[in-house]
Design a protein around this ligand. Structure first.
Ligand SMILES: Nc1nc2c(ncn2[C@@H]2O[C@H](COP(=O)(O)OP(=O)(O)O[C@H]3O[C@H](CO)[C@@H](O)[C@H](O)[C@@H]3O)[C@@H](O)[C@H]2O)c(=O)[nH]1
Ligand SMILES: [Mg+2]
Length: 193
């Protein structure tokens, strides 16, 4: 890029994920160069999916404790979200989401459609989320979900009417961005009544 030079990464933390301070020269539109720094947290990319059943008018969501939500004093840390997970190693987003759908909510789905991609917090995170939707039915249920014990996950699976989920966005019970985006995607495209 012609307006960027001398990029230097200074690692601040390298534990579960990586936090770097990235120093760089940035050229403003008026031609002035200035040295800037931005802290950038890298925990990889992620994939999320909203399962819906257009015959029953229902969706599948999850509920779990999220420490960052607790830390920000919201809903005792409990977060209602679509099924989601971090993309491991060489996985593709679709491979991740099929695996997470089975682990977290217990469905083996045969078709998932990627409908959106979104940076969840572009001022701070490198994370890009690949967002999917898929139809589910009873026959696709293969286990009770709940997440992996080996990863200390404790995920409640919730099946509820789509319209109730939409109301929960308005009431502030659903406050997770990727989940709001996917529920509104179904609403905009009228995939459920
Ligand atoms: N030790 C440790 N373990 C962690 C940490 N962060 C996450 N984990 C473990 O890693 C697992 C990750 O589970 P996933 O299902 O793969 O990811 P997720 O937590 O659901 O995150 C998804 O949603 C996030 C929020 O939108 C996304 O940021 C993320 O990319 C992903 O899509 C968690 O259950 C937890 O056991 C951490 O800081 N330390
Ligand atoms: Mg998850």
């Amino acid at each position: 890029m012609q307006n960027l030079r001398n990029i230097k990464h200074v690692n601040l933390s390298n534990d579960w994920a990586k936090l770097d301070r990235i120093d760089y020269d940035y050229k403003f539109k008026n031609g002035e160069w200035k040295r800037l720094s931005r802290e950038t947290y890298n925990r990889g990319n992620g994939a999320a999916i909203l399962l819906y059943n257009s015959k029953k008018g229902t969706v599948i969501l999850t509920k779990q404790f999220r420490m960052p939500v607790y830390e920000n004093n919201e809903l005792e840390g409990m977060s209602i979200e679509v099924c989601a997970g971090a993309i491991d190693g060489n996985e593709s987003p679709i491979e991740t989401i099929l695996r997470e759908t089975e682990e977290e909510v217990g469905y083996e789905i045969d078709n998932a459609k990627q409908v959106l991609t979104a940076y969840t917090s572009p001022g701070a995170l490198t994370e890009k989320m690949y967002l999917f939707v898929a139809q589910y039915s009873e026959e696709m249920k293969v286990n009770n979900g709940g997440g992996l014990e080996s990863e200390d996950e404790e995920i409640e699976v919730i099946e509820l009417p789509f319209l109730d989920a939409i109301k929960m966005i308005e009431s502030g019970e659903i406050i997770d961005a990727k989940s709001i985006m996917l529920l509104q995607y179904l609403q905009i495209h009228k995939l459920l009544d």
